[in-house]
Every structure is written in C-alpha cells, then in structure tokens.
Design a protein around this ligand. Structure first.
Ligand code: WTA
Length: 646
C-alpha cells in the first residue's frame, strides 16, 4: 500500500448508506437553490413543541452581526434524547457503561436513563436551580455525567462540563467566568487503575469561589472525602424519595444549552456557548450522516464528555438518534493494550471513533494485541481531533478494521458543535490523512494571509463563508470577543485557525493550527495559557511556549524559560517547572521540554519572534529565516546551542 492510495467506496456501503455519492451531490446543490427547504428538512428530525417559522437568520458581518437558527421554535433537548424514544425503544440499552475495572454495574435502558435524568433534574430544582442558571459538572466517565447534562437540559439550566484532568485553578477560573453556584462532582475518578481526586480538586478550587453554595457528590470509589456541612451532599442521599418524572422546560431554540471552555491563541480559555435547537439538529444529523447510523447499532466514541467530542458523539448525537452509546471510563492500555479491542468484542461495537494519538500509541505495540481479538462486529472506524498521519491511518484500516471498514476522518472544532468535513462511508473514496470534503451546507474557502481567495489545488488558511445550525453563538459573557476572535481576521468569514491544503480532486487536508494553539494528544492548549502558568512561578521572568512534532502526541510542549536574575538554572528546577504547569493547568498540559534561555528572540519593538522558536523546537535549524531584525540576534546562538534533544 502506498501513501497515495485511494480506497473506493465498497459496493455494499454505496448500497446500504443513507447518503451515496449522487445523494451527496444533490444535497450540496440543494443547499444552494433551496437553503430554507434543506435546513427545514434537516431540523425535521427533532420533535418541536412549537414549530419554527424562521429558518436561518445569520450574518457574519459587523453590522449586523448575529447567528440565529430556527429562532422561534420551541423544544426540549432531553425530550428529544429520551422521552420520544420511550414508546418504541424504552427497553433498549441507551448507555453501555464500561468501567475502568471492566465490570459494568450500570447499563441504562432509555426508560432507566429517562427516570435517572428526571430524578437528577428534580434534585437540581430542589437545590434552587432555575432555567438559565449555570451548573458546573466535573465528573469522571460514568453514566451520571450524561444524566447530569440531560438533567440540566430538562430544566433549562446551562451546563459547563469540565474535563476531569483539569486542575483546581482551571476549575476555579471556569466557575468564576460563568458565575456558577452549583457543582456536580464525584468522590474520585478511576482511570487506568489510578484514582483521580475529583472532590479534593473541587474543594481546593472552591476556596477561590465563594459564590458556590451547593456541591453534589456522586459516589464512584466510595472513598472517604471531606464534606462541608451546608454545602456538600451525596447524590445518593439527595435522590432518596425523589420523583422519577419531571416536566420538561419548553426552551426557545436560541436558549443556551451549554458552555464549554476551550483554549484560544490569547488570554484565558473562552466559554464557547451553544444553544438548544441548532446544536442538537447538527449533532444528531451529523451522527447519522457521517457514521451512517442505523437503529439498533452500537456506537462507541472514546472521547471524554469533558471535551466537545464527548458532548456531541457520546451523549447528544447518539441519544437524539436512539442509539446505544458506549461510555468508557478507562484508558486504551489498561489493564492491557488489547483493552479497546476487547471492549469492542464484549459489547459488539459496530462503529468505533477515537483519536489519532491513541492509534499511534497502540500501533507502537504491534499487531498482536489487536489480532488476538475478533472485532467482527465492527463495520466503521472514525478519527477526530488532529491530523492523522497516513501510516497510522493505514494501520488502523488494515489491522484494526481488517481492511474492510471505511474510516471517517472527521474534522471539526468545539466552536462548530459537530462535524464539518468528513468522508461519508457510502459516498466518498478515502484518502488516508484527508478529511475529504465538507458536509452539505458547509462552505469552505481557502484564503491567503491577506484574505485573497485561493482557487484550485492550493494551500491556505481555512475559512467558512456561511453559517450552519451547530455553530457556536457567542463567547459566554463576551460577545465582542466572539466577533473579534473569529470574524475580524477575514471580514465576513469565520476563521477556523487551521491551515489546509486542497488537492486536485477537491479533497481537504488539514495541516494544523496556524495560530498559537497547539494540539497535544488531541487536546487543545493555548500556548499563552502555559506561558502564563510558567510566569506565575516565582523563579520565572519570562516564558515562550511552542509546539513541536511528537511521534505519539502529534505535538509536544516546548517551553523556553528565562529565569529571574538571581535564580540558578538546574535540572531540579527544570523538573519543578514541568510539575508546576501540571498542577496549574492539568496533567495533560505538562511540558515535554523546558529549556532555560538567557534571552528570547525579540523584535526591536519587544515582540517575541515565535517563528524562530518554533524552528528551533522542531530542530529545523537551517530555516530560521531572517534574524537580522532582532533586537539582539546573538540570543539565537545560545538557543540553538542549548537546544534540548540536539
Ligand atoms: C484539530 C475537536 C485534522 C484542528 C473536535 C481543530 C483536526 C482543532 C481534526 C479543534 C481532523 C480536529 N484532522 N485536525 N480530523 N479534527 N482537528 O476544539 O486543528 O478540541 O481546529 O475540537 O483540532 O479542536 P477541538
């Protein structure tokens, strides 16, 4: 197999798929000629309490600037994910829970999930939570995470889920930003046999959040955790005797559904705000289209619910489509590196969706851990979160999928709600490493740095010229920042922050971020956040952080650090600073490399030249470019000489 190989659509797929090649072309054409009709049909998959009369009402320009979809429609997300399935699929399993230890305690049918959701909703109400209130969820991958999200949706509260890998400081920042007064957490999490001190992290965070009045603690490991009287209560106690029905709150399509914090190129993480109607339409529609989801199939997305992929493809998309969704608490290599494949066999998983970083890590262990499992139930594979190198793609296809399962390489972002571009298994020939083409209704354009539109086979910055229902609506509490971040670089267009190549067949190849965001193991990190964590250490005067290519993680974190005048650079301090970032942001942000630098390359106006630092971190020393404009070109010699890993 060569890297340039193209994998045609298998005949069986062209036949079975909801969308084949002709249907794809027809849909793309219809969005042009009959946009309202197309988008109305797409939204028709949901149950609306009051139908919408307005479909699309959007403008990416400064005056006026607004994004509204189905704006006068009324619906409830939890009803769409639960109640409407009860008559026909009440006893079907909604969530298969695969615990870290591998002993499921808790597969939930739709009927059970509905009852649990209503109970949690009633508990929240009893704690005074009302429509529009923000509820922080900091839970491990246990069914109660989905229950908590759906319970918020049921009563119109806005959830803000925080990934369990985040530190107390990161939790505090997020709670303060959205002014949330209630937190749902667990005693501890369990991943790969190790415990995660969730409640302890919350306690520490809340020292900075006096506004939080209620902490609901789900018991996971049953560890003995301190409980603050008047503030903390165990969920198992609160739900005693609570009704398992709860009237759903009728929500306007544009009422907020959730906030999810994500890293940008500057400043603190942004609260990406998604609303009720358009988000659910897009999550459900793309789940069916991209994965060709058919009723009765078992769908497994390995993402944590703390990230957008978990929101859209563990919880909302699959449940809106009455799917059986797998929720996995553990890690790919515990207790053995066959775990993923064993879980596929155990639960007869049909579609498996994971991140390239996991595939690369498992590929390193060879074929044997995969081949000793059957994987006969698999019919489709997917990847998300970062570019996949063709070598990993080919291994995934040949070994994991036995050469018979198409791979959908889905490109999207927290901001986009759900998939933007992906091959469709019944419509698109596959090219390893390419996310193929935009879904019908998504309008990609490549532009150069000046905003000039580029045509044909070329590379440029990826922008989107028109709205789609799942697009974020605002940065929570800072609408101006929403406009400035995404719509001001190229007037009237949404800028993704990604670089991209388009080939002669019109296939798109995402090349990675062109801003100061890095992608470490599929986790998005702002270099500015890591820098600000570093300079908060008393020994550090200045820091500049860049990404560098990493075999497993995609990108690693490379930090250049200037110490304060009287501080001696030592190996111990190097290790200490790595630990510092771990504690300030979270373990997944830990730097791979800390290089002490007496000075950083700056222009005469004081701006750090990151381009040069990136080249040094990448070990691309012959391409440093023009350094004569630096205030002090000699700093570069020192940086090169002391490069870590040379
Ligand atoms: C990157 C994750 C290449 C991209 C859903 C994007 C990808 C960022 C792909 C968003 C893909 C995501 N191929 N790159 N299939 N999917 N990315 O917000 O750089 O965590 O801008 O959303 O991940 O990361 P986020």
């Amino acid at each position: 197999m060569s890297e340039g190989e193209v994998f045609p659509v298998p005949a069986a797929w062209a036949k079975r798929a909801k969308m084949n090649a002709q249907a794809y072309e027809a849909a793309v054409a219809r969005v042009e000629t009959d946009p309202d009709g197309y988008w109305t049909d797409v939204a028709g998959r949901l149950d609306w309490i009051a139908p919408f009369t307005q479909v699309k009402d959007t403008s990416f320009h400064k005056h006026p600037f607004h994004i509204r979809w189905y704006a006068d429609g009324v619906l409830n997300v939890s009803v769409n994910c639960l109640d409407r399935h009860l008559d026909t699929r009440g006893d079907q399993v909604a969530i298969i829970w695969e615990s870290d230890e591998g002993t499921p305690w808790d597969n939930l049918t739709y009927r059970q999930l509905h009852a649990e959701t209503c109970r949690m909703a009633n508990v929240l109400k009893a704690r005074g939570v009302q429509k529009g209130d923000r509820v922080t969820i900091y839970l491990p991958m246990i069914p109660q995470a989905a229950v908590a999200m759906l319970a918020c949706a049921r009563i119109g509260a806005v959830h803000s889920v925080i990934f369990g890998g985040f530190s107390p400081d990161s939790i505090a920042g997020r709670i303060q930003d959205c002014d949330s007064r209630i937190v749902i957490t667990a005693d501890e999490g369990l991943r790969g046999g190790k415990t995660v001190p969730l409640k302890r992290n919350v306690d520490e965070a809340l020292e900075q959040c006096p506004g939080v009045t209620d902490v609901i603690v789900v018991r996971r490991t049953r560890a003995d955790v301190p409980m603050k009287a008047g503030r903390d209560a165990f969920y198992s106690d609160l739900k005693q005797g609570v009704a398992d029905t709860c009237e759903p709150e009728p929500m306007n399509a544009e009422d907020p559904l959730f906030i999810l914090y994500t890293s940008g190129s500057t400043g603190k993480p942004k609260g990406v705000l998604h609303t009720t109607g358009g988000y659910l339409v897009w999550a459900a529609h793309t789940h069916e289209l991209v994965f060709d989801y058919k009723p009765g199939e078992v769908f497994w997305c390995t993402a944590d619910v703390g990230w957008v992929t978990g929101h859209s493809y563990v919880v909302y998309g699959p449940l809106a489509n009455a799917a059986t969704t797998v929720m996995f608490e553990g890690v790919p290599n515990y207790p053995t590196n066959s775990r993923f494949w064993e879980v596929i066999d155990k639960h007869k998983v049909n579609t498996f969706y994971t991140a390239p970083t996991a595939i690369r890590a498992l590929m390193r262990d060879g074929d044997e851990p995969v081949l000793k499992t059957s994987r006969k139930s698999l019919r489709l594979l997917g990847t998300v979160g970062e570019p996949i190198n063709p070598e990993a793609w080919l291994w995934y296809h040949r070994v994991v999928g036995d050469g018979r399962c198409p791979i959908v390489d889905t490109y999207w972002q927290t901001e986009t709600g759900a998939c933007l571009a992906s091959p469709l298994p019944g419509a698109t020939a596959l090219k390893p490493g390419s996310c193929a083409k935009p879904l019908p209704g998504i309008k990609f354009e490549l532009v150069d740095a000046e905003g000039q539109v580029l045509h044909g086979a070329t590379s440029g910055n990826l922008v989107i010229t028109d709205s789609w229902p799942g697009q974020m609506r605002s940065v929570y509490g800072d609408h101006q920042r929403f406009f400035d971040t995404y719509f001001s670089t190229y007037a009237g267009k949404y800028f993704t922050g990604d670089g991209c190549r388009r080939d002669e067949d019109g296939y798109y190849w995402i090349t990675g971020r062109v801003d100061d965001v890095i992608n470490v193991s599929g986790h998005r990190l702002g270099t500015a956040e890591i820098e600000s964590a570093l300079v908060s250490n008393e020994n550090v005067a200045e820091a500049a952080v860049v990404g560098f290519p990493h075999d497993i993680k995609g990108q690693g974190v490379y930090c250049f650090v200037t110490l304060k005048a009287d501080v001696v650079p030592t190996d111990i301090l190097q290790a200490e600073l790595k630990g510092w970032v771990r504690r300030e942001i979270g373990p997944f942000a830990a730097p791979d490399v800390v290089q002490f630098a007496p000075g950083l390359p700056k222009t005469r106006s004081g701006k750090i030249m990151r381009r040069i630092l990136r080249k040094i971190a990448e070990n691309d020393l012959s391409n440093l470019g023009d350094i004569s404009t630096l205030a002090d070109p000699s700093v570069v010699d020192d940086l090169v000489k002391n490069r870590i890993g040379s």
